[in-house]
Write a protein that binds this ligand. Structure first.
Ligand code: PHE
Length: 436
C-alpha cells in the first residue's frame, strides 16, 4: 500500500491528462499503456528484486550485487539525483494543490462560475504570483515533515487504504459528470480513438517518461521500498497490482478531464495548468454540492501528493543516512529544506522569473525535461541492463520464487522482456526522442 501511495499521485491526475493532451490523446494512450505494462512493470519488479536482494539503498545495492564492478553504483546515484530534482518539482505542483484546497474551501473557486476564461485567468494569476505558491509549498512541506517526524509512517499504509479509494470514488463521480456535459463525446473520442498522425517521436519519449514517472520507477524510490518488502511477499503480484491500480487511476483521470475540456471550451494542449483550470469548471456545474466536492477532491489529491513526496524523501533520506553518520531526522529536514527552496525557485520561474532561461527553457520546464525524458529513462536503462545481464540469474529466480516456494510460470517471458525488449525499446526511444 505504501508503494501504491508512492505511485498514485499528481502524476496520475495532474500530469497524465496534460501530457496526453499535449501529445495527441488516443495514440499517446496506446503507446503509454505499452510502456507501462511491457517496460514499467518489469522495471518495478527489477527494482524490487535488486532492493530486496541487496538490502541496501541504490548505490550500495548495485555495488553489493556486482562487487567486481563498482561502477554500477553510478546507476543508483543517477536515480538519487533524479529523486532530488523530482521532489523539488513535485513540491511546486503539490503547492498548487494545497493552494486550491484553500480556494475550494473558502468558496473562491465556486465564485468563478463556469466561464472558462475567468477560471483560466484565476489559475494563471495564482501560479504566476510570487508569494501564494511559495506559501502553499511551505504549508505542504511542513505537513509532510510533520507526518515523517511524527513517526506515523505506518499510518501511511492505513491512510492509503482508506483515503485512496475515496479519491478514486470522487474521480469516478467526476467522470460521470464530465461525460454527461453537452458535447462531451468529443473528449471521449479524443482519449480513446487513436490518431497516429498526431504522434511524434517526442511524444513517444514523453509517453515513456510519463510511464516511469507515474510508476515511480527509474529513480531509486521503488528500489528503496523493495528493500523493505518482507521475504514472503510475492514481488510479481505486488508489482502487477501497483501497475494496474496506477494505470486505472490515470485513465480515469483522463476520462474526467477530456470530456470537460471539449465541453467547456478549453484546449487539450493547455499545459501544466490543465487540471486546475478544467476541474473547477466541472465542480461549478454541480450547483451547491460543487464546493463540497471540490474541497474534498483537492484535499485528497493533496494527500495523494503527500504519500508520493514521502516516498521521494524516503529514498533520499535512506541513501543519505546509509552513506553518512547523520540521523534520519537530520537527513529528512536537510533534504526537505533544500528541495523546498529549490521548488520555490522553480515556482518563481513560472511567474516573476519566467525570463530566466536555461537551454531556451524556463527553469521549471528545464527541470521537467530533466525529470521526465533524461534522468529516469537513463537510470531505467542502466537498471534493466543490470537486472537482465549483470545480476546473477539464480538471485533473480530466488527473489521471484521466494527461495523456491512459489511457482513462477511467467518467468521466461519476464526474462525475455528484461533482457531484450526493455533495453532495446529504451535505447531506441531515448536516442530518437533526444535527436528529434
Ligand atoms: N509516481 C508519483 C506520481 O504519480 C510521482 C513520483 C515519481 C513519486 C517518482 C516517487 C518517485 O505522482
Amino acid at each position: 500500500m505504501a508503494a501504491v501511495g508512492s505511485a498514485v499521485g499528481l502524476g496520475n491526475i495532474w500530469r497524465f491528462p496534460y501530457i496526453c493532451g499535449k501529445y495527441g490523446g488516443g495514440a499517446f494512450l496506446i503507446v503509454y499503456l505499452c510502456f507501462v505494462f511491457l517496460l514499467g512493470s518489469v522495471l518495478m519488479m527489477s527494482e524490487f528484486v535488486i532492493g530486496r536482494r541487496a538490502q541496501h539503498t541504490p548505490v550500495k545495492a548495485f555495488q553489493t550485487l556486482a562487487p567486481k564492478h563498482k561502477a554500477w553504483g553510478l546507476v543508483g546515484l543517477l536515480g538519487i539525483i533524479a529523486s532530488f530534482f523530482i521532489l523539488s518539482q513535485y513540491l511546486v505542483i503539490s503547492g498548487w494543490t494545497t493552494g486550491y484546497v484553500w480556494h475550494a474551501v473558502s468558496g473562491t473557486l465556486a465564485s468563478l462560475g463556469t466561464d472558462s476564461g475567468v477560471i483560466s485567468e484565476f489559475f494563471n494569476q495564482f501560479s504566476t504570483s510570487t508569494w501564494d505558491p511559495i506559501v502553499s509549498i511551505l504549508i505542504f512541506a511542513v505537513l509532510v515533515l510533520a507526518v515523517i517526524l511524527g513517526g506515523v509512517q505506518k499510518g501511511i499504509e492505513n491512510v492509503s487504504k482508506v483515503l485512496m479509494p475515496i479519491l478514486v470514488g470522487l474521480v469516478l463521480v467526476l467522470c460521470v459528470r464530465s461525460i454527461t456535459l453537452p458535447g462531451a463525446v468529443r473528449g471521449v473520442e479524443y482519449l480513446f480513438l487513436p490518431d497516429f498522425a498526431k504522434l511524434s517521436s517526442e511524444g513517444v519519449l514523453a509517453a515513456l517518461g510519463q510511464a516511469l514517472f507515474s510508476l515511480s520507477v527509474g529513480m531509486g524510490v521503488m528500489l528503496v521500498y523493495g528493500s523493505y518488502i518482507p521475504v514472503n511477499d510475492n514481488i510479481f503480484k505486488t508489482a502487477m497490482w501497483i501497475t494496474a491500480c496506477d494505470t486505472l487511476i490515470a485513465v480515469l483521470a483522463g476520462l474526467a478531464i477530456f470530456p470537460a475540456v471539449f465541453s467547456c471550451g478549453f484546449e487539450p494542449t493547455g499545459g501544466p495548468g490543465l487540471v486546475f483550470k478544467v476541474l473547477p469548471n466541472v465542480f461549478n456545474t454541480m450547483g451547491g454540492a460543487g464546493t463540497v466536492f471540490a474541497s474534498l477532491f483537492f484535499l485528497l489529491l493533496m494527500v495523494a501528493a503527500v504519500t508520493s513526496a514521502i516516498s521521494l524523501l524516503e529514498a533520499l533520506t535512506a541513501f543519505f543516512s546509509e552513506h553518512t553518520s547523520t540521523s534520519r531526522t537530520v537527513g529528512a529536514v536537510l533534504f526537505f529544506s533544500v528541495t523546498a527552496a529549490l521548488g520555490s525557485l522553480f515556482s518563481l520561474s513560472v511567474g516573476p522569473l519566467s525570463h530566466v532561461k536555461l537551454a531556451g527553457l524556463t527553469l521549471f520546464d528545464f527541470v521537467d525535461r530533466l525529470n521526465s525524458i533524461y534522468l529516469p529513462p537513463i537510470c531505467a536503462l542502466g537498471t534493466i541492463i543490470f537486472f537482465g545481464w549483470v545480476m546473477p540469474e539464480e538471485d533473480v529466480r530466488d527473489e521471484f520464487s521466494n527461495h523456491g516456494t512459489l511457482s513462477i510460470p511467467f518467468y521466461p517471458i519476464l526474462r525475455f522482456l528484461a533482457r531484450y525488449v526493455a533495453p532495446l525499446a529504451l535505447l531506441i526511444v531515448l536516442i530518437s526522442g533526444i535527436i528529434s
